[in-house]
Write a protein that binds this ligand. Structure first.
Ligand SMILES: Cc1cc2nc3c(=O)[nH]c(=O)nc-3n(C[C@H](O)[C@H](O)[C@H](O)COP(=O)(O)OP(=O)(O)OC[C@H]3O[C@@H](n4cnc5c(N)ncnc54)[C@H](O)[C@@H]3O)c2cc1C
Length: 547
């Protein structure tokens, strides 16, 4: 018992009620506008309905549970027989089921058409605001389609089960399942980025079948039904499909060693594995493994952009919500000029990320040559820049909540921990910058497509005109010095963001973005809101309208 002179804990006045039962689509004008202009107008009603579900207290609770009770490795059964299984909280399976049912793992392939990728992209961004772990296997399943299409036989077997939009968590052969998920295994101990150094071996066993022996240092979603894996075949590094079950229905020799103890992404399992003469089938041609799996990688990079843009919006909304309802020094936080300018700067970053993410997604709907060239350059550029901005935005947003932002009860801590992985996996920062330089050096049509994209905004803002002209002048001289790769990549991404905002956003948004991001060669300040932001209140109102 406390002595009577110690007061009890006071009521929680001036503590902000957490966001619950909101609709992240309805509240996001920038996303709604981008969906319409990039060709996804027909999906508005669908996205509205999904937004209400995703923002519900029930979905947020699932997200919390799936992360609070992370997956557990079950190597053996009680009798010592190998199981190599992973147990998940039921909430994780519910999240996976939701994503599959609503087409995040396959809809643009199963039902292609104008706006299909854009609609999926918007849904992906909505979900990323609430839970990121289940999106990883969903992304890999979605992206694997492009690699499987290199082989008509494998495509005929696997694609219908991917397109079925069903999640079936049972550990049984794929042929007995309503729907399947796929993972990928490239990274080995001696190096993930330099896959040519892979040591995993594949010996031919006849009729495009192989026997694979080796390891993978990171293999996410190890309960997937099959994995696309790189291994050294007689003809060089090649891509293989390793199913969890062999054709005779025995469990394939994929041994799980342990699960990674990760900073974030905790609802999703990532394993270290060994292949002990595992059964595999060749995908594409022997020796063309990198090109084959890069088709998948390109789509994973798209999803890194979408996931980060969604998370950025999510953390900014948490900050805006808190600042609107928390009072300090006699008025709401968002009425203080210095806080208002911080919030406006965060809102600008989010709107720019949203605009670029959906512009990129549209590039996967359009299939003419110019669209392919633009997405070739813009995918790695956007992955680099948006994923680099993500953790910085989240740290600043967290600070808006003060101490409450730093505790695990608030979703901000989890969102913050989720962000860096999008930059690390599937081409970490330097690797995607080198990819941008390769595109500039080898595919001049990419630079032409970028020039056309920027030309559409010409005359809208003097600062953008000067920034774009300087960028295109530099690109005309070629890829340039490898050491300058980050600078050029960043400038490409920021220039396209500015061009999109100048063409499509309210002028206060475009003006503030160009004024704060285009002043120097690098395109962004070292901290958010280092200078006053004109029309900050208006920018904040647009980012999070009062309901
Ligand atoms: C949560 C999580 C899940 C993952 N899931 C999977 C998965 O399912 N499947 C899979 O295959 N992998 C997976 N990975 C692994 C991930 O893709 C690799 O960690 C990543 O590709 C980097 O490889 P690495 O760790 O070997 O680092 P390295 O390749 O050693 O790179 C280290 C650093 O050096 C930089 N670097 C490398 N080469 C150059 C160069 N030429 N010039 C300049 N800088 C360079 C890189 O950018 C990076 O910053 C996962 C990783 C994480 C964190």
């Amino acid at each position: 018992m406390y002595p009577s002179s110690v007061p009890p804990t006071p009521d929680s006045f001036n503590q902000v009620t957490p966001l619950a039962d909101d609709n992240p689509f309805a509240a996001d004008l920038a996303l709604q506008e981008a969906v319409i202009r990039e060709g996804g107008a027909d999906a508005r009603e669908f996205l509205h309905a999904r937004g209400a579900e995703i923002g519900s207290g029930e979905m947020r609770r699932r997200a919390e549970l799936a992360n609070r009770y992370p997956p557990r490795f079950v190597p053996f059964d009680g009798n010592g027989r190998r199981l190599d299984a992973v147990e998940f909280h039921p909430a994780y399976h519910e999240l996976m089921d939701y994503l599959a049912r609503h087409g995040v793992s396959a809809a643009p392939w199963a039902r292609p058409g104008p706006g299909a990728h854009v609609a999926r992209a918007a849904l992906f961004m909505l979900m990323a605001q609430v839970e990121g772990g289940a999106l990883c296997p969903t992304t890999m399943t979605f992206a694997a389609v492009s690699a499987l299409r290199f082989d008509a036989g494998l495509a005929a077997t696997w694609l219908p089960r991917i397109f079925a939009a069903r999640y079936d968590a049972r550990f049984v052969p794929a042929r007995d399942k309503a729907g399947v998920t796929l993972g990928m295994g490239m990274t080995e101990k001696q190096g993930g980025s330099d896959v040519r150094a892979n040591t995993t071996r594949a010996e031919p066993a006849g009729d495009r079948h192989y026997v694979v022996t080796g390891h993978k240092w990171f293999l996410s979603a190890p309960m997937s039904d099959a994995f696309l894996v790189l291994a050294q075949a007689p003809g060089g590094l090649s891509c293989f499909l390793l199913p969890r079950f062999r054709p005779d229905d025995t469990v394939n020799a994929i041994r799980l060693l342990r699960l990674k103890d990760k900073l974030g992404d905790r609802s999703n399992a990532s394993a270290e594995v060994e292949f002990d003469r595992a059964h595999a089938e060749l995908v594409g041609e022997e020796g063309r493994g990198i090109a084959t799996i890069l088709a998948m990688g390109h789509l994973c990079r798209l999803d890194c952009v979408l996931g980060t843009a969604g998370l950025v919006r999510g953390v900014v909304v948490e900050a805006l919500h808190h600042a609107r309802h928390r009072r300090a020094f006699g008025r709401p936080l968002d009425a203080h000029p210095l806080m208002q300018t911080v919030l406006a700067d965060l809102a600008l970053e989010s709107e720019a990320a949203t605009a670029l993410a959906l512009r990129l997604a549209r590039g996967f709907d359009d299939d003419e040559a110019a669209a392919r060239s633009l997405r070739r350059l813009l995918t790695p550029a956007a992955k680099f820049w948006i994923c680099k901005r993500g953790p910085a935005v989240a740290a600043e947003a967290m600070e808006v909540l003060g101490g409450n932002g730093y505790v695990e009860e608030a979703p901000l801590a989890r969102m913050y921990r989720q962000l860096p992985v999008n930059s690390i996996w599937e081409g970490s920062g330097n690797i995607v910058c080198l990819d941008v330089l390769r595109a500039i050096a080898r595919e001049p049509a990419c630079v032409d497509a970028l020039a056309a994209e920027l030309a559409a905004a010409r005359g809208g803002d003097d600062r953008l005109d000067a920034f774009a002209a300087a960028l295109l002048r530099d690109l005309a001289r070629g890829a340039g010095d490898e050491a300058a790769g980050r600078g050029i990549t960043q400038r490409i991404a920021v220039a396209v963001q500015a061009a999109l905002l100048v063409r499509h956003a309210p002028s206060v948004v475009a003006t503030a973005f160009c004024g704060s991001r285009l002043g120097s060669d690098t395109g962004a300040g070292a901290v958010f809101s280092a200078a006053p932001m004109p029309a900050a209140a208006e920018i904040v109102r647009r980012a999070f309208p009062e309901t």
